[in-house]
Design a protein around this ligand. Structure first.
Ligand code: NPG
Length: 370
């Protein structure tokens, strides 16, 4: 494969409703799309970065800068047999996994399209559709939360994840459990608690939650291991798991019994697949997380969510949960499931007129031949 160049587009798309978490409120999705142009085909990748570095240290403009200044130039003169060649070529640059993931995914998509292979096949997926959950943000009032949850259950989502933070935990969880009974219910704290909150968090045990996601700081594997012994609710890690190496350490330490895999957070779908494999080898269930992706990122996430070890519904919701007009043909929920794209590569492309409308910046970076 001969990579000719990379286009970076900054896009801005309003969300259908503000999405509030313990780390902030997002009302507009501002992120990057990366387009890889090769001699065989073009491919697309979406960056998980947001406007501000609140979920991770990366942010949209920073990701664009590291791509244009370091990551894309580092591919000049490199022999790219396939997308597996990217991680070694970029390995000397520390971190910046969201940016690396967008670049690797664009090249992976181009390569697979050129060879006519769907991403789901390349990753080893075994399902043609995946069961979908939805992540429900923090609301101003409990009645507003109940309305939001009722709407998602009516739409068919098979599990509900509530965002929690200190001061917004026991009461909203109790209200949702009492109103909706025996639904598949889980909570996500986005690292907003401290180890000293263990006794408080143990009070969530009364609500029979499927899991408690990332209660403590991302770098506190030991704290999570202690907490896992103090609460009955299974601990799931998200922000703590940046690689297969972290997953193996977290499992051995007993820091979690479930893992949320976000391909962006871990540097791409190839590392995501390795995390899936490490977890499967230890009988640790995984599920595919979400970062408010457009149809481009969603399509690729669905391929991952179709792997055999993704035994729990993930945050792969339908297009209308995020955007009134998606960047691709919309993903529609059917009977609580989304279909895994079947075309080559990620299986979708941006709709040209929507892409032009949402693009606020674009630049082309040529890549020299090996
Ligand atoms: O459905 O894509 C979705 C949202 C799932 O809750 C979700 N994502 O903390 O995991 C998270 C959160 C997130 C959103 C993280 C945006 C980073 C950016």
């Amino acid at each position: 494969m001969r990579l000719q160049g990379i286009e970076i587009r900054t896009i801005r798309m309003p969300l259908v409703a503000p999405f509030r978490t313990s780390f902030g409120v997002e009302t507009v999705r501002e992120t990057l799309l990366v387009r890889a142009v090769t001699d065989a085909a073009e491919g697309w990748g979406e960056c998980g970065a947001s406007e501000e570095p609140l979920y991770s240290s990366e942010y949209t403009h920073g990701a664009a800068e590291v791509l244009r200044r370091h990551l894309v130039p580092a591919l000049s003169g490199v022999e790219l047999r396939d997308a597996h060649a990217l991680a070694p070529a970029l390995g000397r640059f520390k971190g910046h996994r969201l940016a690396k993931s967008a670049l690797e995914t664009a090249v992976l998509d181009a390569d697979l399209r050129g060879r006519g292979v769907p991403l789901s096949h390349a990753l080893g997926a075994t399902r043609s559709r995946v069961a979908c959950g939805v992540s429900v943000g923090i609301t101003d009032t409990i009645p507003a939360l109940l309305d939001a949850v009722a709407g998602y259950l009516d739409a068919g989502y098979v599990r509900i994840k509530l965002k929690i933070e200190p001061g917004w935990d026991l009461e909203p969880v109790r209200a949702v459990r009492e109103r909706f009974g025996d639904i598949d219910l889980q909570v996500d704290a986005n690292a907003s608690y401290r180890p000293a909150d263990a006794r408080h968090l143990a009070r969530l045990d009364a609500f029979d939650l499927t899991l408690l996601e990332q209660p403590l700081a991302a770098d506190d594997l030991l704290g999570h291991a202690r907490l896992a012994r103090a609460v009955e609710t299974p601990i799931c890690l998200d922000e703590s798991i940046l690689s297969a190496h972290h997953a193996a350490a977290a499992i051995e330490l007993g820091s979690c019994s479930i893992v949320n895999i976000k391909p962006g957070r871990v540097g791409g779908y190839l590392e995501a697949r390795r995390i899936h494999d490490v977890c499967s080898a230890h009988d640790v269930p995984v599920w595919c997380g979400g970062m408010l992706e457009t149809g481009i990122g969603r399509a690729a996430n669905l391929a991952l969510a179709a792997l055999p070890g993704c035994t729990m519904p993930g945050d792969t919701s339908a297009s209308d949960r995020y955007f009134s007009t998606d960047l691709t043909e919309p993903f529609r929920l059917e009977d609580g499931h989304l279909a895994v794209p079947t075309g080559p590569g990620i299986g979708v492309v941006p709709l040209p007129e929507v892409l032009e409308e949402v693009t606020v910046e674009r630049e082309w970076i040529p890549v020299a031949a090996a």
